[in-house]
Design a protein around this ligand. Structure first.
Ligand SMILES: [Cu+2]
Length: 199
């Protein structure tokens, strides 16, 4: 009767085979090229409260299907908050210099809402603004880790985050109702971060 031991030459070859297969792929992925490519696709924003305190860190990755936004938030009031991309890469002390939401001209000059430029809100036929995103729900701890894909923006092509004056991420004191103009009645700006290229 055949007797197999785990240390037989056959078993050893089987154990090494996945490594041998993996090696050429690892060599093909030039680390320098990978890093350059990653830098091209990455951006970040450090969010601050109006008093200058830390509100968290956001990483933005450009994908073929939009910009993936991963936010590690901290020090926020519990509850529901509007979360948007605003049109200017600036956070003055009261965050007003971030401007309004990133918007865009619509392909059809006349829409159901009679607008030629996108209006605010997922509930509006002529919406949403490219900068509109779903509300976030902060627990009692004030900390939250989320990911959201914004499929309507890009780094440098359509609805570019890195246009001449850049863009910023804003958190609001209240929930976005996805309908009221121009910003969903989401209340004051409680955190802001300029979106910056990872270079
Ligand atoms: Cu906003």
């Amino acid at each position: 009767m055949p007797h197999f031991k785990t240390s037989s030459p056959f078993a050893l070859i089987c154990a090494l085979a996945p490594l041998a297969l993996a090696a050429p792929a690892a060599q093909a992925d030039d680390p320098i090229a990978m890093r350059a490519s990653a830098e091209h696709r990455l951006a970040s924003a450090r969010l601050n409260r109006p008093d200058g305190s830390d509100a968290g860190y956001v990483t933005l990755t450009e994908t073929p299907n939009g910009v993936l936004i991963e936010a590690e938030l901290t020090g926020l009031p519990a509850g529901e908050h509007g979360f948007h991309i605003h049109e200017t890469g600036s956070c003055s002390p009261d965050f007003s210099t971030a401007g309004e939401h990133m918007t865009a001209r619509l392909d059809n000059a006349e829409t159901a809402d009679g607008e030629s430029e996108a209006v605010h809100g997922f509930e509006r036929a002529a919406g949403p603004h490219p900068g509109d995103m779903p509300n976030i729900h902060v627990p009692e701890s004030g900390a939250l880790h989320i990911e959201v894909l914004n499929a309507r923006v890009s780094f440098e092509s359509e609805n570019a985050l890195f246009d001449a004056d850049g863009s910023a991420l804003i958190l609001h004191s209240g929930a976005d109702d996805y309908e009221t103009q121009p910003s969903g009645a989401a209340g004051e700006r409680i955190a802001c971060g300029v979106i910056e290229r990872e270079m």
